[in-house]
Write a protein that binds this ligand. Sequence first.
Ligand SMILES: *[C@@H]1O[C@H](CO)[C@@H](O)[C@H](O)[C@H]1NC(C)=O
Ligand SMILES: *[C@@H]1O[C@H](CO)[C@@H](O)[C@H](O)[C@H]1NC(C)=O
Ligand SMILES: *[C@@H]1O[C@H](CO)[C@@H](O)[C@H](O)[C@H]1NC(C)=O
Ligand SMILES: *[C@@H]1O[C@H](CO)[C@@H](O)[C@H](O)[C@H]1NC(C)=O
Ligand SMILES: *[C@@H]1O[C@H](CO)[C@@H](O)[C@H](O)[C@H]1NC(C)=O
Length: 593
Amino acid sequence: MKILVFIIILFLFNYINGFNLPTGYGIGFVDPNAKCLNYIGDSNDQPLCNNRFQNKGDKIYTTINSQIESQLNIIKSFQSITFLQDQCKDLLFAQFGICDIYLAPCIETLPMITPLKNISLPQRFCKSACVRMVSNCPRLAIEMDCSNPLLFPEIGTFYDLSPYGFTQNNGTYAVPCSDPTNFFNQVASNSSFIEICPSPLLLKNSSDPRYESKRGYTYLPPSNCVLNCPVPNYSKQKWDQLLTMSKILSTISFILSLYNVLTFGIINKKISDPHKCTCFFSGSIALVNLCDIITFGIGYEELLCPEPGRSAKQQYDPVCGLTGALFHLGITYCVLWSMTMGLVLYTSVKRQKWFKFNHFLIGNTTFTMISVIIAAATSKFEAGLGSIECWIRDRWYAICLFWIPCGIALLIGSLCIISVIHEIYKTSKKSISNRNDLLSRELKPLLIVFFISGSFLYLFIFFFDIERNFGGYRSDVEDYVLCLLNGDNQECFTTGPSYVPYFLFYLVIRWFGIIFFIFYGTSNVARKIWNQTFILKKFYSSLKTSPLSSPKNSDSQKHNDSKTNINNTILNENNDKYLKENKAIELESIKTN
Ligand SMILES: *[C@@H]1O[C@H](CO)[C@@H](O)[C@H](O)[C@H]1NC(C)=O
Ligand SMILES: *[C@@H]1O[C@H](CO)[C@@H](O)[C@H](O)[C@H]1NC(C)=O
Ligand SMILES: *[C@@H]1O[C@H](CO)[C@@H](O)[C@H](O)[C@H]1NC(C)=O
Ligand SMILES: *[C@@H]1O[C@H](CO)[C@@H](O)[C@H](O)[C@H]1NC(C)=O
Ligand SMILES: *[C@@H]1O[C@H](CO)[C@@H](O)[C@H](O)[C@H]1NC(C)=O
């Protein structure tokens, strides 16, 4: 329409002199190259203006700007009014009007009127119809100025046909305006409003049970357009970065966690409580990483977006439910065991045995199981918008089943470890004069505190920060739609948390396995455990070469020897006589756990 105004104004000033324009008429510019042609028809996959022309078989005014270009403009207009459905009435009429404006009915002058050349002239849209559109939908006034008689004449438009041999009426020829009102009234009941979604949004039908929003479609009211899946929160390049990081870290973390489990839980001959904690912690990390590996094995988009525009939900996509449940199991267990580690350290330093280890095992397992079962029973595992795994996305379920327990566990664990360090510091001050030695001993537990608590704290803060901003992200969807409506959809992104914190969030979840390997897997204790197995192996092979000895006895004897060895070197807790020496040994065990 802007182009039209421009052309008309351009030619208005060198127009007919001395002609008194009757009221109700506008002046039109004659384009000698324009033609009256049949409507090329809607494309097969997009209904547009078929059956919306007043007189079937009427020709369409076609300038060098082809009908295809007009169709593109109509599509844009339809896209805009798709999102005006809650603000406007009578939008079906507006669609008839838009077809009539862009694909104007055409009148061809016969040789008896213009002997020199047949001339094609458009019928402009009547002012009354324009006023009807704008009064029912004020937003349209931005695009349509009904008071402009050039575009929206009350009665008709005069064209100067004198160059083509028209002589009557000082050479001006009147074309009546086009008013689709009567036609519309006849066929309105037979037509329906056409919604068009700007790409990459997809058109679904929210009242169709197959496309209900509870199946995982995210509608953008008031339209039937759904967000694409995966949601374009970040550029493609950033997504690829995130996914690559996730793939690599998860795989490494998975292998290292299994190594920790193997070292401390399987080949370890004397499994102490801290070893069990490390073992369970690493096991749950491995589970979390396993979810990633399954997700990437199936294909990240296939798992999270099983159908165009639909994000996975437990009820409809069991695999999403399964990975979600595994992830929740892993991460909850992981949080609980990190708390337990703190408690176990604290009780051992305090020389008080408040709990048996089995109590922790039962307690942690029960809590985790209950939490997973509640979430699974209420079908809360889903892919959500713009995330890279299935988990609980319902705000209150996530808070109650994970973040509150996580916060409490984080608090208890941190308090325990801080008091452990305090305890060590106190006793060391009394008995050990060497400060440097003390510092070097404290460094490792301090780093563990820093990383584990810090990591969970980060996850915690990030989550609640997103929750705080959630309303904001929702309302920003409007900006996203506006961006799409204005054209270049490559440059439009939905608003989520900024990329770097988001990236870190996923990084942190995946680095526990690696950190635990660095702290535990490479520690002296782990080395001793492995040496132990190698010694045993050597011993086995020497037994096989000496057939006279009795393998069973010496094996068990040697086994016991090695057990007591470990007892003496690492876990000597019974010897209360030498406090100083004992503390040093404990420090060693804290250092490595
Ligand atoms: C002009 O219109 C007449 C009548 O419709 C038609 O016979 C004639 O071929 C047309 N001339 C041109 C050049 O199109
Ligand atoms: C035609 O033009 C002359 C002067 O240019 C004017 O006097 C006359 O009224 C015009 N006729 C019509 C029908 O507008
Ligand atoms: C309504 O639409 C149907 C099918 O498209 C058509 O057969 C019928 O003639 C239409 N009725 C009117 C009044 O246009
Ligand atoms: C949407 O689905 C409902 C129920 O299946 C159906 O009645 C309606 O015609 C559909 N609307 C569109 C635009 O397809
Ligand atoms: C992605 O964008 C949508 C829409 O703005 C928002 O609801 C969602 O929370 C975002 N997701 C992430 C992970 O940023």
